[in-house]
Design a protein around this ligand. Structure first.
Ligand SMILES: Nc1ncnc2c1ncn2[C@@H]1O[C@H](COP(=O)(O)OP(=O)(O)OP(=O)(O)O)[C@@H](O)[C@H]1O
Ligand SMILES: [Mg+2]
Length: 285
């Protein structure tokens, strides 16, 4: 008998997801980035998307709240089709989402407090600071930065900036949080603080989490489910053990940080160019 019936999630039916992608294809010119991808994101769980640089992780995540519209296929949020909604209705739907984007960009000209209330301002009129003071304090306490309200991003470390971006992502008490490379650029200890925060938020708020990462330590730590993208398709989908033991060589190469034959071929070509360039001067027979 299978120990965990959800080990391989390929069978998850569309009805199971808080967000569902149905037969989603995204092309940019001739570049087919997502090729007929179907995926149900499970409510209250953490789904991690892995895959090599340029494989379409960010593009996939940007479809979950329709920051990108599909070339074909459909996106559903709580069973409602959203990919065909006009922008003003989408903005209302997006209040259910928090996002921490790749680079975690804060607005440099705004203080920490102003950065956190930015998403609130986009949707609600704030007449007086006292209306949001407690909210800012609560969100900053969650990420361990209460007291930093009047700091500016330039005076924060990279890890602190990520934590402020996280506080901003939860400003509207979202049901879904999307993280794109939340630990990139941080040392292992600062990265682990972000992992712990993601776990803490998940435990305390019970929201649905989708995180993109290259970092397998982070993926194994936070994921209920890991999805690997390759050539526009989902080639692996399951829990950490399922991924660790996955038979597909591309999955094994990725999780073990090994160079693929394709990458080696590129390096061999550039090696030849390198030799050709220097041969006349260095060549001694
Ligand atoms: N707005 C766009 N216009 C044209 N091409 C795009 C656009 N956004 C993404 N792409 C292309 O889509 C592909 C996937 O990009 P994406 O940013 O999703 O990769 P990624 O997996 O997130 O990579 P990384 O790990 O480096 O962040 C790339 O070939 C990229 O050039
Ligand atoms: Mg990306």
């Amino acid at each position: 008998m299978e120990k965990d019936s959800k080990k391989n999630r390929a069978e998850v039916s569309d009805g199971d997801g808080i967000i569902v992608l149905k037969n989603l294809t995204k092309t940019f010119g001739d570049n087919v980035v997502l090729d007929n991808v179907s995926l149900a994101i499970e409510k209250g769980k953490t789904t991690v998307v892995i895959g090599p640089s340029g494989c379409g992780k960010t593009v996939l995540v940007k479809h979950l709240n329709v920051l990108l519209r599909p070339s074909s296929g459909e996106v559903y949020f709580k069973k409602r089709r959203i990919d065909n909604l006009p922008e003003n209705e989408l903005n209302r739907i997006r209040t259910h989402y928090g996002f921490l984007f790749q680079g975690g960009a804060l607005f440099d000209s705004l203080s920490v407090a102003e950065n956190i209330i930015f998403p609130i301002r986009q949707h609600y009129r704030i007449k007086h600071w006292s209306e949001v003071e407690d909210l800012v304090k609560t969100k900053l306490s969650i990420v361990g930065l209460d007291g930093f309200q009047n700091f500016y991003p330039a005076n924060l470390s990279g890890g602190q900036r990520k934590r402020v971006a996280l506080a901003r992502a939860i400003a509207l008490n979202p049901e879904v949080i999307l993280y794109d490379e939340p630990t990139t650029g941080l040392d292992p200890i600062r990265a682990d603080i972000i992992n712990e925060l993601i776990l803490k938020l998940q435990k305390e708020l019970g929201e649905t989490t989708v995180a993109v990462t290259h970092d397998m330590t982070s993926a194994y730590k936070i994921a209920d489910r890991i999805i690997m993208l390759h050539n526009g398709k989902i080639i692996a989908d399951g829990d950490a053990d399922h991924i660790r033991n996955h038979p597909h060589h591309v999955v094994q190469q990725f999780i073990n940080g090994q160079v693929s034959e394709d990458d080696l071929a590129v390096l061999r070509v550039s090696g030849t160019l390198f030799q050709a360039q220097f041969l006349p001067r260095d060549f001694k027979e």
